[in-house]
Write a protein that binds this ligand. Structure first.
Ligand SMILES: Cc1cc2nc3c(=O)[nH]c(=O)nc-3n(C[C@H](O)[C@H](O)[C@H](O)COP(=O)(O)O)c2cc1C
Length: 154
């Protein structure tokens, strides 16, 4: 059975809520799902076959949430993540201007710099436009699963 690990970076719980709302979609599609609220590098390296889905909000001025800081430091110190396949949901607020979704964008760049492969486009959820983040996340995850299944089937 395929496995997906949802890695959460959050200050106020919105990104965790997204992770919990999309979890059943993976289960219905036949995946086993785990949610990491305190992600570590082991989450990416211990099971090379699993998919990773990041749900990450931005705090400060484009900064990573507190529970994500050590994790990104670990990635920077790790040479290669070429086995990692991931999707990325970034939560932010466009009223912050240039730092909009800064953490999600920086994470995406960091992962790719280390050889990880993103599946599909990054989803950015703007709190200025989308009151309930799930409204944007659920359809995106449905499409993401479908694309991934097609990939497996082909
Ligand atoms: C103190 C603070 C700083 C923030 N800074 C940014 C930012 O620089 N860029 C951005 O896109 N959103 C920023 N946001 C908006 C949050 O990323 C957004 O509200 C998100 O949905 C919060 O998700 P969370 O509940 O998972 O922490 C900030 C919010 C707060 C409260």
């Amino acid at each position: 059975m395929p496995n997906v690990n949802i890695l959460v970076g959050t200050m106020y719980g919105g990104a965790l809520d997204v992770a919990e709302q999309v979890k059943p979609l993976f289960e219905e599609a036949g995946y086993t799902v785990s949610i990491s609220e305190q992600p570590t590098l082991n989450d990416l390296t211990e099971s090379p076959d699993s998919l990773s889905l990041f749900c990450v909000s931005t705090t400060g001025s484009g900064d990573f949430p507190g529970n994500f800081v050590n994790f990104t430091r670990e990635i920077k110190e790790h040479p290669a993540l070429t086995q990692v396949r991931y999707g990325l949901i970034a939560l932010g607020d466009s009223s912050y201007g240039e730092t909009y979704c800064g953490a999600g964008r920086a994470l995406d760049e960091l992962l790719q710099d280390h050889g990880a492969q993103r599946l599909g486009e990054r989803l950015e959820i703007d709190a200025m436009e989308t009151f309930m983040a799930d409204d944007a996340a659920i359809p995106w995850v449905e499409s993401w699963i479908e694309a991934e299944n097609l990939k497996v089937a082909s």
